[in-house]
Design a protein around this ligand. Structure first.
Ligand code: UDP
Length: 254
């Protein structure tokens, strides 16, 4: 029996039609991809953890006045979200040199930046998410200049807030990616934070040891990938009590 209509399937999530108009159900998979789909794998329990982590972070951001698409978590792997028109731009905020920035400028990973850098990439798998400037975004009509100003201001505020939040649990927020969407409410448009915030989309390093607790463990075959995601959830105080796996089944009684 088809329970509901699938709207979209991405690399790590599936979107289903929601219970009411204007809502969607966001389902978190265990699938992981890297390097524009060239590397594929499964991180057992990742979907459950990312659902919780993203719920927690989006809720905290909502509490400080950042509008988000998040409504509520429905179960281990699903959350209810508002249906938005996704702006086809990935906003990357960087505090410390890592990943593609380190490569592009032959810089050493781990170098602190004197000020946070905001970058934009056009969301296109075929083109490999090319880096674009504000000029491209406005000239091609992906977002209006005033939308982009709002996105930039929100991104910096989110960065300040999350940097402090993670520092409080012994993690450095190296860089992360955000996506925004347009929410229409009685002819009025608002830009809201969408997608997810999780160790799939953030680089998080332990403050003391610089150990990586994010998707780089998968990208770079560092091992203990599940454990790293669990550790982030544990430090946030949100590790699901029954463990990261769905429906572990009843415990056998001896
Ligand atoms: N990122 C993401 N999705 C992408 C590209 C990047 O979530 O499609 C995140 C990534 O996890 C990191 C930040 O954005 O936290 C910066 O990524 P970078 O540009 O260094 O690219 P990468 O090294 O991941 O290829």
């Amino acid at each position: 029996m088809a329970r509901r209509r699938q709207i979209y399937e991405g690399k790590a999530k599936i979107l289903f039609e929601g219970p009411e108009p204007g809502t969607l159900v966001q389902y978190f998979k265990d699938d992981a991809t890297a390097f524009n789909n060239q590397k594929k794998g499964v991180i057992t329990g990742k979907g459950v953890l990312n659902n919780r982590i993203s719920e927690y972070l989006m809720t905290c951001l909502g509490e400080i006045g950042i509008p988000t698409h998040f409504v509520r978590r429905l179960n281990m792997r699903e959350q209810l979200v508002r249906e938005v028109e996704i702006i086809p731009i990935e906003v990357v905020i960087r505090n410390v040199v890592a990943g593609s920035l380190a490569k592009r400028f032959a810089m050493e990973e781990g170098t602190a930046l004197p000020r946070s850098i905001v970058e934009f990439c056009y969301k296109s798998d075929e083109m490999g998410d090319p880096l674009v400037s504000e000029e491209h975004i406005t000239a091609f009509g992906w977002a209006a200049p005033q939308d982009l100003d709002e996105i930039m201001a929100m991104s910096l505020r989110i960065n300040d807030f999350l940097t402090g939040l993670f520092l409080g649990i012994g993690l450095k927020l190296i860089d992360f990616k955000l996506e925004f969407g347009r929410l229409w409410e009685n002819e009025q448009m608002r830009i809201v934070l969408a997608d997810e915030i999780s160790p799939d989309s953030c680089r998080l390093w332990d403050v003391k040891t610089n150990e990586k607790l994010d998707k780089d463990r998968f990208r770079r075959d560092l091992g203990n990938v599940e454990e790293a995601y669990q550790e982030v959830a544990r430090r946030l105080g949100i590790l699901p009590e029954s463990g990261p796996r769905d429906m572990p089944g009843p415990e056998t009684m001896q």
